[in-house]
Design a protein around this ligand. Structure first.
Ligand SMILES: Nc1ncnc2c1ncn2[C@@H]1O[C@H](COP(=O)(O)OP(=O)(O)O)[C@@H](O)[C@H]1O
Ligand SMILES: [Mg+2]
Length: 230
């Protein structure tokens, strides 16, 4: 495995019995329980700053949903620093930016993976104006269309403190997960990130504490889920 591939290995796929994969499954269960009253079908992930583990979290969440026999599409709406094409080793020639700029149809941009039930819409070529694209009517229509075709739609976004993309996307989603790298983000940054989402009436489903430094037995991750509304 190349260095990049091993770095981006999906633990929920390669080590489904590990405690970390179990943690992703309990994250899935927690989300499902939080959606007893209102339907939570479109879920996005964001964080205060870059590198806190958004893409890692949403990719593993996508895998555990697919493993539970739900049809899943993961949209890489981090058109600033897209990674899903690396993680799932897919072409990024067509993707979200191509659909939003009318260069291809939705069907052409949704790629099947070799993981049953899991499809990916990569970012597509990095556009000059991601925020405007995400705010477009076409983005809303895209999500509506995917709602008809998939059980679960997961959306990766850029961090909230630098750009407005995540706030824009949150208005089109049923719920948001906030990933925080413990020990890295300061309290005021977390408060700000949360405010930015609640300002636009985003429903925060929970906070995922991603502890990059605290390594467990196999030298990997430790996750913690918290209901943000408590
Ligand atoms: N809990 C963790 N432990 C170790 N490495 C991690 C952890 N979470 C993320 N990483 C690694 O840190 C880097 C940034 O994570 P990523 O999910 O791409 O962050 P983001 O999408 O928020 O920018 C990636 O190389 C990823 O593999
Ligand atoms: Mg990312």
């Amino acid at each position: 495995m190349s260095k990049l591939a091993s770095k981006r290995r999906l633990i929920s796929l390669v080590e489904p019995k590990s405690p970390i994969s179990e943690a992703y499954r309990s994250l899935r269960t927690n989300i499902d329980f939080s959606s007893v009253d209102d339907k939570v079908q479109v879920i996005m992930v964001t964080s205060a700053s870059p590198g806190e583990g958004k893409s890692t979290t949403i990719a593993n969440l996508a895998v555990v949903y697919a493993q539970a026999d739900r049809s899943v599409v993961l949209i890489d709406a981090d058109m600033r620093r897209p990674t899903s094409h690396h993680t799932f080793r897919l072409s990024n020639r067509h993707g979200l930016s191509s659909v939003l700029s009318r260069q291809c149809e939705v069907e052409e941009a949704v790629q099947a993976t070799d993981i049953p039930n899991l499809s990916i819409m990569t970012s597509g070529p990095v556009p000059p104006n991601p925020a405007e694209m995400l705010a477009s009517k076409r983005m809303s229509l895209l999500i509506e269309q995917l709602r008809e075709q998939f059980d679960v739609i997961l959306v990766d976004t850029p961090p909230t403190l630098a750009v407005t993309d995540a706030q824009i996307v949150s208005t089109k989603c049923d719920g948001s997960l906030l990933v925080l790298e413990s020990g890295k983000v300061k309290r005021d940054m977390v408060v700000k990130a949360k405010q930015q989402l609640t300002q636009v009436n985003a429903r925060i489903l929970g906070v995922v504490l991603n502890n990059v430094k605290q390594k467990n037995g196999d030298g990997y991750y430790y996750y913690h889920y918290n209901d943000a509304n408590k």
